[in-house]
Design a protein around this ligand. Structure first.
Ligand code: SF4
Length: 355
């Protein structure tokens, strides 16, 4: 089976998390309430952590937000990143509040002396800085957005080089997939800093899932990307779920068993979606040790006996349904026939027996 070879990048430490090609691709999300609303921000961050988020970013709009970060930090364990636009002083204040990383937008924090002040504060605090270019706020103008993103980051990097600062993460997000892919490809050819991947302003949730999966998928396939965020106009925990599915489907990280369900066609005589949903609920009853054991499994639920077992031959185990019964199979071989109504439960029993 083909494996994705990560492009070699430096290691950067964000809180207790190491990022770079020697470490797993980390999943990020962003808090969707103001930092000064400390209680809601902490609740959201803790929900994100339970969902599997590994780094969380938060917008810092004013001094109250920057000061609130110190209170938030006391109540969370995820690495916290301050998202800074326009006012470099908010970055310094956020660093004083104890954040684990700062994101600067080179499109609106660009005066060399100001950037140097932030670098100096980050150096003293031993935290990294993300240079987060965004196609919507580019200072370097060009009809070629990808080149403009790369030029913007390259110019910025000169300031960091003069300050001998290398704890850098780079992102070059656009809302156009092709521009974004091209920008990351170009940038990853000319530097070895870890890349944070994302497509920005992706639209409604379904468009966002498709755009992010397509754009990030191409880059991940090319071995580019050390952290990812799937930006969605949705609950932040959804961003984490989609990111996990994306990494899982490439085999870059394994978060749980892959369910293989056919789309159904005229041969299907059962409500396969309902059966798959029931099976998914049964899976959630497993304890952490059992989940760990099955996380590499492929489990199939197929809509007909004629083609189901064949179409799911790569599955470790599965079930194919007819109008009256279910046929359990394991590693391509039929195990037994089961009652139609109890099919999902029988599949679950077979799974437990194989643990
Ligand atoms: Fe159709 Fe059967 Fe294939 Fe499902 S497994 S798509 S029901 S032929």
């Amino acid at each position: 089976m083909r494996e994705i070879k990560r492009k070699k990048t430096r290691t950067v430490k964000v809180g207790n998390l190491m990022i770079g090609s020697g470490h797993p691709v980390a999943i990020q999300s962003m808090v969707k309430v103001p930092a000064k609303d400390v209680k809601r921000a902490v609740d959201q961050i803790n929900r994100l952590e339970s969902a599997g988020c590994e780094i969380v970013r938060i917008a810092v709009e004013d001094r109250d937000d920057a000061r609130a970060l110190a209170l938030i930090k006391k109540k969370i364990s995820l690495p916290l990143v301050a998202d800074i636009h326009f006012d470099y002083r908010l970055a310094i204040l956020s660093i004083e509040s104890g954040v684990d990383k700062v994101r600067l937008n080179p499109g609106n924090v660009f005066k060399a002396e100001e950037v140097k002040s932030v670098i100096s504060a980050a150096k003293s605090a031993h935290i990294p800085i993300r240079i987060g270019a965004n196609s919507g706020s580019l200072k370097v103008t060009s009809r070629d957005t990808a080149s403009a993103l790369v030029a913007s980051v390259s110019e910025y990097l000169k300031i960091f080089k003069k300050s001998a600062f290398k704890d850098i993460v780079i992102s070059l997000k656009g809302s156009d997939i092709l521009d974004t892919i091209t920008a990351y490809e170009k940038m990853s050819r000319i530097c070895d800093y870890p890349m944070h991947l994302g497509i920005t302003a992706t639209g409604l949730p379904l468009d966002g899932i498709v755009k992010s999966s397509a754009g990030l998928g191409v880059l991940l396939f090319k071995g580019i990307g050390d952290t990812i965020r799937v930006s969605l106009l949705d609950e932040p925990t959804q961003e984490v779920r989609v990111a996990q599915f994306l990494l899982n489907s490439f085999g870059i990280r394994i978060f749980g068993p892959q369910l293989i369900c056919c789309p159904t066609c005229g041969r299907c005589e059962v409500d396969l979606r309902a059966k798959a949903d029931t099976f998914q609920r049964l899976l959630s009853d497993l304890g952490p040790v059992q989940r760990e054991r099955i996380k590499k499994y492929k489990i199939a639920l197929m809509g007909c006996i004629v083609n189901g077992p064949g179409e799911a031959k790569e599955a470790d185990l599965g079930i194919a349904f007819s109008k009256r019964k279910g046929v359990l199979f394991k590693a391509g071989k039929i195990v037994r026939t089961v009652n139609l109504e109890k099919g999902e439960e029988e599949l679950f029993k077979l799974l437990r027996a194989s643990l």
